[in-house]
Design a protein around this ligand. Structure first.
Ligand code: HEM
Length: 406
């Protein structure tokens, strides 16, 4: 089925079967749930720690990094990596994020005379450069002497294609066995893309080994490779998708945009200068807007877990369908701890959520200080397509106008 039709087909099923429904995909049984209490029962705790069947299709790429590993391996890695996202460490990342936000502004500056800008491609480099520099210690600027030689654009294209192939495969049960899939045209293409990723990964690992980071010594070259791919996957697409939808909504809600700018005037010591961590924490209204956007457009629309006790089935948890598009429901949903979970919840929640929030706040601050966003695409024009991440079939356009240009 066409991926857009498939997405809306699932939305229809979710609306019809309010609590859960069951799918049989060849040998795989899947229960789809979207009720906060049921979700809590599955993801609160480590009993159902292993990820569901659809993740198998991204395993050739992410291997046993933090997103896909389970049991002791996951637990040890999670413990080892968690301190890297401690509040004090995040503080050090702020300078890197601000530097990359300035680069983002420079690229947007070129758009000021344009009647419409396709924002998604422009918003990709910012989180990608940021995650590489903070989590990997590698600068991706083309001019940088440390930049991996393999084209960054090629790397990004490969990641997207791999996601599409995984969705293609998930819909075709006869392609589930590896030996069948590997013989197909898509299987062969996937192999080529994995080579591009592998070459990029090797370059990053080599650079890191030159730096002899303590954590790297503990997890070894293979472990670093797994986490390079995992953090590149987890840390860039999600944030760029989140920012795309935030900017779409802000362009379509001028009063909200003005209120955020008022808040910036109140909170910031210097409207044009660097932002302190204390100031970021005071941007409460902006944070609510970001959260509202994550509610309407969660960058990861669904997650899955294996239930391998007695029943042997996969549970898919619809983050997107937790709430209807009605604000009254959102208020109710937030009363329940598992009613609003764009970063998932429980022990396998998103390790990078505070990092992502800081990144999004700094990006929104930088962009709104310089530009007024005007609507071109309306949320009503968008069709979502089935993927591991939430993607719009059509480009999302916004117009950038200098905020203080006469
Ligand atoms: C708006 C941005 C983001 C959103 C909405 C988001 C969402 C999520 C969700 C829903 C999960 C759970 C996935 C699952 O259970 O299968 C997750 C896990 C994860 N995220 Fe994020 N994420 C974001 C940003 C980031 C960033 C910036 C990083 C890295 C710096 C990151 C790294 C990870 C990792 C490593 C995991 C796996 C954690 C584990 O299993 O222990 N994410 N994220």
């Amino acid at each position: 089925m066409d991926p857009v039709k498939l997405f809306y087909y699932f939305r229809g099923l979710t609306n019809t079967y309010k609590r859960f429904f069951k799918l049989q995909l060849g040998p795989v049984k899947v229960i789809i749930i979207h009720n906060p209490e049921d979700i809590e029962a599955v993801i609160n705790g480590t009993k159902y720690n292993s990820k569901g069947y659809v993740y198998n299709f991204i395993k050739p790429w992410l291997k046993e990094g933090l997103v896909l590993s389970k049991g002791i391996k996951w637990h040890t890695r999670r413990k080892m990596i968690t301190p890297a996202f401690h509040f004090n460490v995040l503080n050090n990342f702020k300078l890197v994020i601000e530097k990359n936000a300035r680069t983002l502004l420079n690229s947007l500056e070129n758009e000021i005379k344009s009647p419409k800008t396709d924002i998604s491609p422009l918003l990709h480099n910012f989180p990608l450069n940021t995650i590489c520099e903070t989590a990997m210690g590698i600068t991706l600027d083309e001019e940088s002497t440390h930049a991996p030689k393999h084209s960054v654009q090629e790397y990004k294209r490969s990641i997207h294609k791999l996601g599409q192939y995984a969705v293609y495969r998930a819909q075709r049960v006869w392609l589930y066995p590896d030996f069948v899939f590997n013989l197909t045209n898509i299987g062969r293409k996937q192999k080529k893309l994995l080579c591009i990723l592998s070459s990029f990964r090797t370059q990053v690992v080599d650079k890191r080994r030159e730096q002899k980071a303590e954590r790297d010594r503990l997890i070894g070259a293979e472990g670093i490779g797994e986490e390079v791919d995992t953090f590149m996957f987890g840390g860039h697409d999600t944030t760029s998708i989140a920012l795309t939808f935030i900017f779409l909504l802000l362009a379509n809600h001028q009063k909200v945009q003005d209120k955020i700018v008022d808040e910036l005037h109140n909170v910031l010591n210097s409207f044009d200068g660097d932002v302190t961590t204390a100031e970021l924490l005071q941007m409460k209204y902006m944070e609510c807007c970001i959260e509202e956007s994550l509610r309407l457009y969660p960058p990861i629309p669904a997650i899955t877990r294996n239930i391998d006790v007695r029943l042997k089935l996969s549970v898919q948890i619809n983050l997107l369908s937790l709430w209807s598009f009605d604000l009254r429901d959102f208020k109710q949903a937030t009363w329940q701890p598992y009613g609003y979970i764009p970063f998932s919840a429980g022990p396998r929640n998103c390790i990078g959520q505070k990092f992502a929030m800081m990144e999004m706040k700094l990006a929104v601050t930088a962009v709104l200080r310089r530009f007024r966003l005007l609507p071109v695409t309306s949320p009503r024009d968008i069709n979502i397509t089935t993927d591991y991440v939430l993607l719009s079939k059509q480009p999302i356009y916004v117009q950038f106008q200098g905020r203080y240009d006469i």
